[in-house]
Ligand binder design. Structure first.
Ligand SMILES: [Zn+2]
Length: 423
C-alpha cells in the first residue's frame, strides 16, 4: 500500500470512528435528556477524553446546552449537565382523543416547549380533526419559537387500536370519524418529517416504562380511564401489541354478562360502566354532569354522580384485578382524564389489588403526566429513537448508516424523564 493510500485509510477509519463515537454520545443524550459527563462516560463506555472531545465538537456546532442545577444542600457544587440544544432537533406529538385533540412540541433535552389542547365534539370527523391538528402544530411551532427545519419527526397517539403494519386504525368504528384517516401522511407531507401512529394506551405504557422502569424489568400496565377504557402493556421498554395490534382492548372485556349492548357488538362491556362516556350516558338529563369535567367536579357533592362513579369504578377494579392475576405486572399506572377523580378512583382499585393472595401487593400509581400521558408517550417515541428520527448532530453519520427497521419501538430505551411545564 502506498503512503498516500495508507494515509487515506487511516483518515477514513478515524472519521468513521469519530462518527460512531458521536452517535453513541448523541444516543445516550437523546434517551436521558440531561446528563453529566460521568453519566455519559458510564453509559457510552467511552473514555472521558473521548466524551469531552465529542461534546466539544457538538458545542462548536452550537448543538449542546449546559446547566448546573441548584445544589441539594450537600457539600460541593453539583456537576454540570449537558443536553442537546433545541437547535439540534425538536419533535411533535399529537394526541387524538374521543373529545380532544392535543399537540406538543418538545426538544431533545426532553423539555416541552409548547402545548395546545382543543376540545372537539364527540362525533368529530377526521377532516375537521386534521384541520385542528395542522393548525395546532403551526401555533405550537410558532409559540416554541423553533425553525421548521429543526423538526426531526412526529408521533400520533390515537384512542383506537392501530394496525401494526400500516399504522391505520385496526378496528373501523372505534373512533368512527378517523376510520380512513391519512393524518400521519398529511403531517409527514406538510412538515417533511417521518411520522408514526400508535395506540394511546400503548404510548402511555411506553412513556411510563421509559420514565420510571421497574427495578425488576417486569411489565408496566397502563390503564387509560377517560371517555373510554384502554390498556397498554410495556415489557421492559417494548410495547406488547398482540398479533394484530388489538392487545389491551380492556374496555371490551365483559363486566356484566348479557348486559346492555356495546357499540363493539358485544354486551355488558366494561367501558359502558367504567368509561366516562358510559357514566355521562347514565347521568344524561340529570343536569349534574354534561361533560367529563363536570362529572369529576360534582363527584363528591352530587349523590347521583357519586353513585354512577362508584358503580363504574367497582367494575373497573374487579376487571383490572383479574388482569393482574393473569399477568402479574410489576406496576399498574392509571392515566387519563378520570384520574382527576383521585381517591374515588384509586382507593377501590387499591383495595382489590391489596386483597390478592399472590405475593406482595402490586404497585399502583396515578401517572404524574395525568391526561397528558399519551401525549408525553408520543413525544418519548420521537425523542428517544435517533435511528428513526435523525437530528442535526448525526445527519452525516446517518447518511452512511443502514436503514432503520420497520418498528421504531423495538430498540431498548433507557430512562428519560420528560420535563417541562406547558405554557
Ligand atoms: Zn364493547
Amino acid at each position: 500500500m502506498s503512503d498516500n493510500a495508507q494515509r487515506r485509510t487511516v483518515h477514513a477509519t478515524s472519521g468513521a470512528l469519530r462518527a460512531a463515537n458521536r452517535a453513541r454520545v448523541v444516543q445516550v443524550l437523546r434517551r436521558s435528556g440531561w446528563a453529566t459527563r460521568s453519566e455519559l462516560t458510564h453509559h457510552t463506555g467511552l473514555s472521558r477524553a473521548t466524551v469531552s472531545s465529542v461534546l466539544g465538537e457538538l458545542a462548536q456546532r452550537g448543538l449542546i446546552a449546559q446547566r448546573r442545577q441548584a445544589g441539594d444542600g450537600g457539600k460541593g457544587r453539583p456537576p454540570a449537565q449537558v443536553a442537546l440544544d433545541t437547535s439540534a432537533g425538536t419533535a411533535i406529538a399529537v394526541d387524538i382523543g374521543v373529545r380532544h385533540v392535543a399537540v406538543a412540541v418538545g426538544d431533545l433535552s426532553h423539555s416541552v416547549l409548547a402545548e395546545r389542547w382543543v376540545d372537539v365534539p364527540h362525533d368529530h370527523t377526521a377532516a375537521s380533526g386534521t384541520r385542528i391538528v395542522l393548525r395546532s402544530i403551526e401555533e405550537a411551532v410558532e409559540q416554541a419559537g423553533i425553525d421548521a427545519d429543526e423538526l426531526v419527526g412526529a408521533a400520533v397517539s390515537i384512542a383506537a387500536p392501530v394496525a401494526t403494519d400500516s399504522g391505520r386504525l385496526a378496528v373501523p368504528g372505534v373512533l368512527p370519524g378517523w376510520n380512513e384517516s391519512t393524518l400521519a401522511d398529511t403531517v409527514a407531507t406538510r412538515w417533511g418529517i417521518p411520522v408514526v401512529t400508535e395506540n394511546d394506551a400503548n404510548l402511555g405504557a411506553l412513556g411510563e416504562a421509559v420514565a420510571r422502569p421497574p427495578a425488576d424489568g417486569g411489565d408496566v400496565l397502563f390503564v387509560k380511564v377517560a371517555s373510554r377504557i384502554g390498556l397498554g402493556s410495556a415489557r421492559g421498554t417494548t410495547i406488547v401489541r398482540g398479533r394484530n395490534g388489538y392487545a389491551g382492548e380492556f374496555g371490551h372485556v365483559t363486566a356484566r354478562p348479557g348486559g346492555e349492548p356495546c357499540w363493539c357488538g358485544r354486551r355488558g362491556c366494561l367501558e359502558l360502566y367504567a368509561g366516562g362516556d358510559g357514566m355521562l350516558r347514565r347521568l344524561a338529563g340529570s343536569g349534574v354532569a354534561g361533560s367529563l369535567a363536570e362529572l369529576v367536579g360534582n363527584a363528591h357533592s352530587s349523590p347521583a354522580v357519586r353513585r354512577v362513579v362508584d358503580v363504574g369504578v367497582a367494575e373497573l377494579a374487579r376487571a383490572l384485578t383479574d388482569v393482574v392475576v393473569v399477568l402479574d405486572p410489576a406496576r399498574v399506572v392509571l392515566g387519563g382524564e378520570l384520574t382527576a377523580l383521585g381517591d374515588l378512583l384509586v382507593d377501590p382499585i387499591r383495595r382489590e389489588l391489596d386483597a390478592l393472595p399472590f405475593g406482595p401487593p402490586t404497585e399502583l400509581s396515578v401517572s404524574p403526566f395525568g391526561e397528558r400521558a399519551s401525549l408525553v408517550g408520543a413525544l418519548t417515541v420521537v425523542l428517544t429513537e435517533p435511528h428513526r428520527f435523525a437530528d442535526r448532530s448525526q445527519a452525516a453519520a446517518l447518511r452512511s448508516a443502514p436503514p432503520p427497521g420497520p418498528d421504531p419501538f423495538r430498540a431498548p430505551l433507557t430512562r428519560p424523564a420528560l420535563r417541562g411545564v406547558p405554557s
